[in-house]
Ligand binder design. Sequence first.
Ligand code: SAM
Length: 277
Amino acid sequence: MSFWVTEAANGYGQTIEVTRELCVRQSKFQKIEVYETRKLGKLLMLDGIIQFTSFDEFAYQEMMAHLPYYAHGNPDKILVIGGGDGGVLRELARHKEPTVLDLCDIDAEVIRTAKEFLPEMSCGFDDPRVTIYIEDGSKFIKSRPGYYDLIIVDSTDPGGPGAPLFGAEFYADMKRALRPGGVIGTQAESPWLLPDVVKSLVDAARSNFRYVDYAAISVPTYPTGMIACCVASDDRILTEPAVLPDEEMLEVFRYYNAETHRAAFAKPQFVRQILGF
Ligand code: SAM
């Protein structure tokens, strides 16, 4: 027995064959669904939007975590906003040098679900350097001026509780929360599907940071097969890794390396035109 689940949003659909329902629950903020699929391992959806499949989640988590991490080079205090499935945190926890790994998600139920049904994603939560805050990231960020070296925003789309994480005020607050030399990396949508959202979030970053760029990530199970990370800093060019991953890391990584770091910033003309590069 199998059935198909569909993400249908923004006039576009993505359909995946499912063999087993693992969990369907409604939190205060969103509907949380976890399935076993026929071809793609596990699938997490929030409010009907695909958050990851086991098949290609490494591409997204590695690029969202390691591209900003290596662009900085040696971040000590790191914050993830959103990221309740644990995937980005799992990647960051591979680095031994940082002393603080904070994660702020608005929805404790996503974290609980990940710990219960997605141990391969949520394993990073067990790292002793991790502190979890359950709060709206747009409010939490105001309470930490000049504290973080690296802030990664692994949010849902702007339609739901993630909406405040896409505005200029939030980018200004992230800038205030950074130490000198700090870097941010934010979930920056697909230019195929949401060009207006992409332009507006990159403009929000540009109005606050000196260096801003847009890195594409190939993720087949996201609609249009592409998502991106917007990186920004006042102090560094981000298109080159400041430090290269060592051999031990490269053996673990399945997507990130110095070449995919640099190549992610190569933009087709239509993306340049959207972003005004
Ligand atoms: N990789 C995913 C994607 O873009 O498809 C995002 C994954 S992660 C599960 C997204 C998380 O963002 C969710 O756990 C959600 O609860 C959290 N979130 C949404 N709005 C938020 C907010 N305002 N503050 C903090 N976390 C938020």
